[in-house]
Each structure stands twice: as structure tokens, then as C-alpha cells.
Design a protein around this ligand. Sequence first.
Ligand code: NI
Length: 190
Amino acid sequence: MVEARPVGDNQGMILTIAQLGQPVLRERAAELDPASIVAPEMQQFLQDMRETLAAAGGVGLAAPQVFRGQRLFLAAILPALDPEGPPEIETFINPLLTHASPEKAAGWEGCLSFAELLVLVPRHRAVRMTYLDAEARPCVIDLHGFAARVVQHELDHLDGILTLERAASTRDIIKASEFESVVKKNSLEL
Ligand code: NI
């Protein structure tokens, strides 16, 4: 489902994002051979993913969402280089959740594969993840709050799990268009 690209073109391209109903979103993705990460084809794919994430205005994007069943995702969760700027994007390859706080918090999550819906999802407040970065370096990161939520959402994509399965109740699934009027109003009462 990825369009052809001229050979030798270093510019990235916008990839098609798989939408709810595509089987790839429900399948477990495969581990990557670490030796393949630095290959030009993979580096080009990572650049394409970065551009696709930026174009979509998302905070995370997993490879299965662009029809590629491999265990990698992007998450915009690193401190901004420019204090006024957006968070930096990290690449997580073969990620493993090695620690998760027992405490969970519920938060509303959107997904680029079904942007029309928001789902209230309980997530661990803090997690530790080990992974390889875009240069195949082994990394460990401790995250909490929103950043921890983002990587848990993206890790789920690698196991074919969507927020819809994580909802405590189908009542916790709403249309994004209703968020301001329904959820924000109710959250004032918390
Ligand atoms: Ni998603």
C-alpha cells in the first residue's frame, strides 16, 4: 500500500495511514533484525514515517499503521531542542516494556487510524522502555504522564491492540467532534 518512489530520491514521502478495518492493525508485528536498521531502505522508511507523522499532526505513529508489520514506532516525547519548539521525535525499534507503575490513570486518546473517535483509556502512569533507536543504539528511557501514555498506545499497535479494546466500557468511546461540549464540560466537575 506504499506508493513507489524514484530510486535515489532522499526526500521523504507521505505514507498512507491504515484506517480501522485494515487487518494489519489487528496483527502482531515482527521483530526487526538490528542489522537491517542502518540499511538505506530502512533509513528512508523512517524518514517517510517522520514526514507522515508531521503531516498528520500526530504525536505517535507505529509501522503497522503504514502497512508495515514491524516492531517500530515514532513518538514525539523527547524534550524540545528549542524551549519554544515542539517535542523531539524518538524512534523506538523492538521496544520492550521493562517496568510499569502499578498506578494507572485514565485519559482520552485519539488515533490516526480512526481520528473520528476518542477513547478513554487507562494507562500506567510511569513506564520504562528499552529499545533500539534509529541508529540501532540500545536505549533505556523512563517516562511518565503523557509521554508514558503515548508509548503505551504505540506499543499496543505493535501487538495489534487498539484503544477500542482498552476502553473500560463502550461508553468511553465518543466522537471527537463532541469532546469539547461533552467531556470538557463534565471534567470541570472532577
Ligand atoms: Ni494509534
